[in-house]
Structures are given as C-alpha cells and as structure tokens.
Design a protein around this ligand. Structure first.
Ligand SMILES: NC(=O)c1ccc[n+]([C@@H]2O[C@H](COP(=O)([O-])OP(=O)(O)OC[C@H]3O[C@@H](n4cnc5c(N)ncnc54)[C@H](OP(=O)(O)O)[C@@H]3O)[C@@H](O)[C@H]2O)c1
Length: 252
C-alpha cells in the first residue's frame, strides 16, 4: 500500500498486546503494512518493542509502545486508556500476549490455574471491555490455540485458560455486536516455544494433515482477513495445517 493509499483510507489505529516479539510483532508489522497506526504493548521486552515500533514506522504509519503487566488487574484495566491517551481512539484490538507454562492437571498448583486465567483470559476480557466502552465501531481479534479442541495434558492450566478465552470470544461476539466484532485466530505449529529450536517444529510437523509448520505471516493473514470482513463475528480461524481435526477432539 502506498503512502497516498494509506492517507486516503484514513488513519486507523490498532493496539497489539505482546507485540514486541514473535507472533505479536508479526501482527503489529502486518497491521502497519495494511496502513494501521500501531500501539505495541509489551511487559518486559522494551528494546524489542521499540524496534518493532521502528519497523512499523518504516511502513509509513505512526507507532507507540506501552508497557503493562497483564497479570496485574489494575494494569490490565488501564492499558486501553493509556493506549488511547497516546494514540487516540482505537479501531482494532489484538489480544496476543499470553503465558505458556508446562504443568499437568495432577501437579499444577491451583495458583498456576489462576495465573494462566488472569493473563490469557481475564486480561483480554478487561481490554476488550475497555475497547468497547469507547462507544465506536471496531474489531477485536483474539489469539487462541489450535490445541484447545484437543487435550493438551502437558500445559493443563494454559489449556483451561485458552478454552475459557474461546468461550469468552463467543460471548463477547454476541454481547458487543453490532458495534464491535470479535473473532479469533487459533494457531497451530508456528514457532517453537522459548528454549526450543527448529528441531521442535520438525519433530511435530507430521502431527497435522499438511505435514509442515506455518509462519507468523500465515497467522497475520488470517487476522487481517478477520479485520477486513465486516460481516464476520464469533469466528475462529484455525491456522494449523488441519491439526484441530486430529486426535481426541472434544467440545467442538
Ligand atoms: N507460537 C506458536 O506457535 C503458537 C501456537 C498456538 C497459539 N499461540 C498463541 O499465539 C499468541 C502469540 O504466541 P507467541 O508464541 O508469539 O507468544 P509468546 O512469545 O509466548 O508471548 C507473547 C508475549 O506475551 C507477553 N506476556 C507474557 N506474560 C505477560 C504479562 N503478564 N503481561 C503482559 N504481557 C505478557 C510477553 O511480553 P514481553 O516479552 O514484553 O514480556 C511475550 O512477548 C499467544 O496467545 C499464544 O498462546 C502461539
């Protein structure tokens, strides 16, 4: 999109949580490429957030960074207001920040369930409600996980929190219509978890029908499709090579 195209479409602004690194960063840069001004939220990755903002500005849009720990309720509840203070009204909210600790149902302390629930489900709810309170049209895209339809026994507390976020996505789509659309992208095998490398992706590629892993660009393309689609709400796009159809699917 040329500079003139971007100006002709008017400045739209998006807030991307967890936008400093990995998938969140790819989403932020894709939005900038699409002509959105971008507010990049981070918790601890300040330098990466500044670099991501620079990368967005290089696309010809405006970009800001804002830090908040979404495990702290007051910070989660204040984040949208702070983004609006910096950038003006928001047109899009991308809830991408999350935690992904390993644990099991048998052993995880109850506090682990609370911690996952706070960051992965309740903070996005707080942000989404603040976004809706602007009283203007807009769209929200939530980052779920393709494993949520199966049983991710090695990440029990995370799994429960993403299932809750899935339910919240549908509840919000109903409650926030017609002014705000709420959709989700459920990635599958995209990036190795922190501490793992490409061999992790090679090891797991055969688990999905397409037999490979996807890219952050695949996730961004789905998110942009949802933002551009005015008659779509309550939808989840699985960007997972078909993984969600395999194994012990429940509650679909
Ligand atoms: N990677 C995959 O292949 C994959 C697969 C399925 C689903 N997903 C979903 O896609 C989304 C993005 O995935 P990802 O792998 O890019 O995520 P990630 O690297 O695990 O985390 C993204 C960001 O979340 C932020 N974050 C964590 N705890 C936070 C807190 N308490 N407060 C505020 N921010 C916090 C971190 O920000 P700082 O770095 O600034 O601390 C981090 O950079 C997530 O929702 C994930 O569940 C990813």
């Amino acid at each position: 999109m040329t500079e003139t195209d971007k100006q002709a479409r008017g400045a739209r602004t998006a807030l991307v949580t967890g936008g400093a690194r990995r998938i969140g960063r790819a989403l932020a840069v894709a939005l900038a490429t699409e002509g959105f001004n971008v507010v990049i939220h981070c918790r601890s990755s300040l330098a990466e957030a500044a670099q991501a903002a620079e990368e967005c500005r290089a696309k010809g849009v405006r970009a800001w960074t804002v830090c908040a720990d979404l495990a702290r309720t007051p910070e989660a509840e204040a984040l949208v207001g702070r983004a609006i203070e910096a950038a003006g009204p928001l047109d899009a909210l991308i809830n991408s920040a999350s935690i992904f600790p390993k644990d099991t149902l048998a052993d995880a302390p109850l506090e682990a369930f609370v911690a996952n629930f706070r960051v992965n489900a309740l903070a996005p709810l707080a942000l989404s409600r603040a976004f809706v309170r602007q009283g203007r049209e807009g769209a929200i895209v939530n980052l779920l996980d393709a494993r949520m339809l199966l049983y991710d026994a090695a990440h029990a507390a995370y799994h429960v929190s993403k299932r809750a976020f899935f339910t919240l996505t549908r509840m919000m789509a109903l409650e926030f219509a017609p002014r705000v659309r709420v959709n989700a992208v459920a990635p599958g095998l995209i990036l190795p978890p922190p501490g793992e490398n490409e061999s992790f992706l090679e090891k797991h590629a055969a688990q999905n029908p397409l037999g490979r892993w996807g890219t952050t660009a695949d996730v961004a393309a789905a998110a942009l499709f949802l933002l551009r689609s005015p008659f779509v709400t309550g939808q989840v796009i699985f960007v997972d090579g078909g993984f969600h159809m395999k194994g012990r699917v429940y509650g679909a």
